[in-house]
Design a protein around this ligand. Sequence first.
Ligand code: 5GP
Length: 209
Amino acid sequence: MTDDMAAAYGEMASDISEILVPAADIQRRVAEIGQAVSRDYAGRNPLLIGVLKGVLFFMADLLRAITIPVEVDFMAVSGYAPDARAPGVVRLVKDLEIPIGGRHVLFVEDVIDTGLTLNYLLRNLQARQPASLEVCVLFDKPEHRLIDLSLKYVGFQLPDRFIVGYGLDHREKYRNLPFVGLLKPEAFRRGAKDLADPNTGHGQDFGSL
Ligand code: 5GP
């Protein structure tokens, strides 16, 4: 962590043990993905779909990096811990406003870990018969993957560690950090369930995604 960063984000920055992806690297990669999407979807008026709230920053930056006409819509789900009784089952608390039948849909995701949540949502969307359905993920953590998923665009492959920043939270905090980093164990434990692993976050109840 640089002194500038620590000064600017004071209390939050002091909870971070390590920056995994600096802000400039995120911005550079998002711009590259935006160019690829613009090329691949030219003339197809794609519909980008995201799940609130973690994808907020990635979606906003990606949209600005796309230079062709594009539409956006959001879903909101309430998640359960990956090892809960019904793994990967999420409750839809806000559905899409735009019908996706016959549309070219790009599902935009901030982070994929086990893949269970994404798999559940993709099956839900596929049933609505879009013309195409592809996935764009910024942070891919493939080590803990339980389901084989095909990903069209991947920003960064990261180790199986619990990350915060750039939209990703721990108990609703740290979303507004411009970089992605790891939490110090004491910061992770603050308010977290005792059983959750401070390194990977496994066992945590991901209440709001
Ligand atoms: P899944 O294991 O189903 O792929 O991921 C479920 C959800 O858990 C993700 O959509 C995301 O909201 C959350 N999640 C997974 N890994 C992390 C992480 O490292 N940090 C944070 N803040 N959330 C995560």
